[in-house]
Design a protein around this ligand. Sequence first.
Ligand SMILES: Nc1ncnc2c1ncn2[C@@H]1O[C@H](COP(=O)(O)OP(=O)(O)O)[C@@H](O)[C@H]1O
Ligand SMILES: O=P(O)(O)OC[C@H]1O[C@](O)(COP(=O)(O)O)[C@@H](O)[C@@H]1O
Length: 324
Amino acid sequence: MIYTVTLNPALDRTIEVDQIRCDVANRIIEEHWYPGGKGVDVSRVLTTLGADTLAFGFIGGFRGDQLEAGLITAGIGCDFIRIAGETRSNLVIHEQLIDTQVLLNSRGPEVEPSAMMALLRKIRNLQNPGLLTIGGSLPPNLNPSIYRTIIEIAQERGGTVLFDADGAALKAGIEGKPYAIKPNLHELSELVDRPLNSLEEILSAAQEPLEAGVKVVLASLGPDGILLVSKDLILHGIPPKVKVKNTIGAGDSAVAGFVYALAEGKDVQEALIYAVAAGTATTMRSGTALGKREDIMALIPQVQVKNIPLPDRSPGQNNPAKRT
Ligand SMILES: Nc1ncnc2c1ncn2[C@@H]1O[C@H](COP(=O)(O)OP(=O)(O)O)[C@@H](O)[C@H]1O
Ligand SMILES: O=P(O)(O)OC[C@H]1O[C@](O)(COP(=O)(O)O)[C@@H](O)[C@@H]1O
């Protein structure tokens, strides 16, 4: 069983328009609603891959019902805690004429202390937590330190956590020493508080969380794939060129591919390949329809992996990491 935890799930609404024009009625060509949020997306991809998964988190109101119904009807395991507020809806607008996507993420509802405690109890009571993915933005009334608490509880129970969040939440979660994190380039740059303009700069930034106790950093680089950085191994997984329809959910799909492969007993190099293939498979589907098992399996043989030499940390040496 792979558990996912999403504190602030969302019902993702995707809208297709030709182009947004001011002061006229813009006609919607097509629209779809999908259950979303980091862990929810991970559970969706795990299910298409055939893994057992259980999505934890908070839902409320009519949108919460819609989200839960979407998962249940698709056969995706979930065990949400009900809150008084209304689950948020995030909006994705695709302007077809200029092929651009705008993403508007809501803050989401507050979570009552009793609901928060119920979730902590659920995680504390897991008999054999195995792999867990935890992530996404925080409900507005929760302190980022809640991520550290959840990660510590899960790992004290013997679980292995892959954590995916941004900003203050990412910083706080790292203090809980998750096994792995998956920042994208923007999130990594924000984490180390400097621009990252070359592979050397990205590599050096991705090594910083290792000093804080994270074992694996998966720095996702959009069309350039994923850099896997650990103390004794640096790998660059590169996807094939594909026709991209949508990139929302690509990061979550990559997380799902990685933990799926680990749960199947594969090593981190193979897990990196699954991560890249799953992320890229999702970019080939429109809206927030995520990659399907057949897309992922077809992409796996097309993912290249380059081994990058570990930087020489002896005094006076320049960083020898080479560009791929
Ligand atoms: N334009 C693209 N072409 C091919 N693969 C992509 C593209 N964008 C994303 N991906 C795949 O999805 C993964 C995650 O995407 P990324 O945009 O880095 O994450 P996030 O959604 O978290 O910002 C990438 O590492 C890559 O494998
Ligand atoms: O919790 P946040 O940071 O607002 O993000 C939630 C949004 O991100 C998604 O989980 C997609 O994330 P990725 O594009 O990073 O994979 C959407 O389903 C959801 O609307």
